[in-house]
Structure formats: C-alpha cells, structure tokens
Design a protein around this ligand. Structure first.
Ligand code: C5P
Ligand code: MG
Length: 211
C-alpha cells in the first residue's frame, strides 16, 4: 500500500477521504491542520504562536510545520500514512522527500473556487472528525447542529468564513503549480475531480494506492 499525500484546496474533502481510508485500510492520518488546531485548543506555546496566522488563512512557517511532521512521522514505526494538508509549499515537498522513501502517491483533489466557497461556508465539524455541510443536502446532519455518529455539538471552524477563505484559496493557488509540477516530474501525481460523490472519489483513490 502506498503512502498518500493530498494536495487540495480548502474543503476539497481531504479529511473526509482520510477518515474513510483510515477505516478501510490501516493508515495513520496525519492532518497538520488538526494538529495545529489541537495546539491552539490546548493553549500551548505553538498554539499561541500560530492562532493568528490560521485565523487569517495564512500559512505557518515551513520550519515549524516541517518539524511537526517530521516528529509525527518518526513516531509511526513504519505504518503507512496519509498526509492531509502537508506539504503546502514546494520547500515543504522537498524537505519531505528527504525524510520519507518514494513509496507514495501525490493525489490532487481538484475543485473549483466556486464549489470550494460553497462548501467552506456551510461546513460544520465534530470533535470525532466527522464533517457535515448545511449547504449540501446529502451532507446535512440529521438533527441540526448535532453529530449523527456521536451526538456531540458540531463546531464551525474559526477560519471557515469568506474572508479567511479568500486568503486560503489564494495561498493555495500561489503554491499549487509549483507543487503539482514537482510531483508530476517525479511521476507521482494523480489528479482526481472531487466535484462528485464521496464514494466515487474514494473508489478512485483506492484504485491508485494499491497498484
Ligand atoms: O489543512 P487545513 O485546511 O485543515 O489547514 C488549516 C490551516 O492550517 C491552513 O489554512 C493554514 O493556516 C494552516 N496550515 C499551515 N500549513 C500547513 C497546514 C495547515 O499553515 N502545512
Ligand atoms: Mg482537514
């Protein structure tokens, strides 16, 4: 099974697909966004340093993020992993290649800006990791504001608003061509259109990681 690197704009479904992959296959899910949000919630020094940056939709420095990912990867003892949200820059991608072997695929989840903003403004998440969307009928929770699976109250992320979205999407566009070219040249890139049903996307990804 190949390790997975997701490259995607905000709300393309990295987290949703990671959760499904984790359940069906034995992957470790490394979400740098979740790690940073946990640091903020715990009130750690790292959390205090990055809160402002994340709320504005900007990127945390390469040094901080690379160290975080390197430590996490070192703790996996060889378990296959999904990188959800890292690398975000070409510099991060190059550093990553110095840390891991080449048994991976870079999966680009392709989504239009129009669809991304619709998803961002309707997204609600649960602390269990499940994600909902009040702008998409098939993704609404059964009871308003409550997780179907665990009954916890759903949360709206501080950076899931139109202003932060604009910065996040622009940051994504500014960095993406460099990243895509890098993985294309290495013959590692697979592009998947994610303006489709989650199960269809999941099947495509499953086909790519096993071959
Ligand atoms: O991946 P996710 O969308 O959850 O990331 C949320 C935010 O965390 C990003 O908008 C960015 O501010 C920060 N982040 C970062 N560098 C990464 C991953 C996330 O700065 N590699
Ligand atoms: Mg996520």
């Amino acid at each position: 099974m190949k390790n997975i690197i997701f490259i995607a704009p905000p709300a393309a479904g990295k987290g949703t697909q990671s959760n499904m992959l984790k359940e069906k296959f034995d992957y470790a899910h490394i979400s740098t966004g979740d790690m940073l949000r946990e640091a903020i919630n715990s009130g750690s020094k790292l959390g205090m340093d990055v809160k402002n940056i994340i709320d504005k939709g900007e990127l945390v420095s390469d040094d901080i993020i690379i160290k975080l990912v390197e430590e996490k990867l070192a703790s996996l003892n060889g378990k296959p992993f999904i990188l959800d949200g890292f690398p975000r820059t070409l510099n991060q991608a190059k550093s990553l290649d110095n840390i891991i072997d080449d048994n991976y695929v870079a999966i680009y989840l392709d989504l239009s800006e129009e669809e991304a903003v619709k998803r961002i403004t309707g997204r609600l998440t649960c602390s269990c990791g499940k994600s909902y969307n009040v702008n998409i009928d098939s993704l609404k929770p059964k009871a308003e504001g409550i997780c179907d699976d665990c009954g916890n109250a759903l949360i709206k992320r501080d950076d899931d608003n139109v202003d932060a979205f604009k910065v996040r999407f622009k940051t994504f566009l500014d960095n993406t061509n460099g990243l895509l070219d890098y993985y294309e040249e290495k013959n590692k890139l697979v592009k998947i259109n994610v303006n489709r049903d989650v199960l269809e996307i999941f099947n495509d990804i499953s086909g790519v990681i096993n071959d």
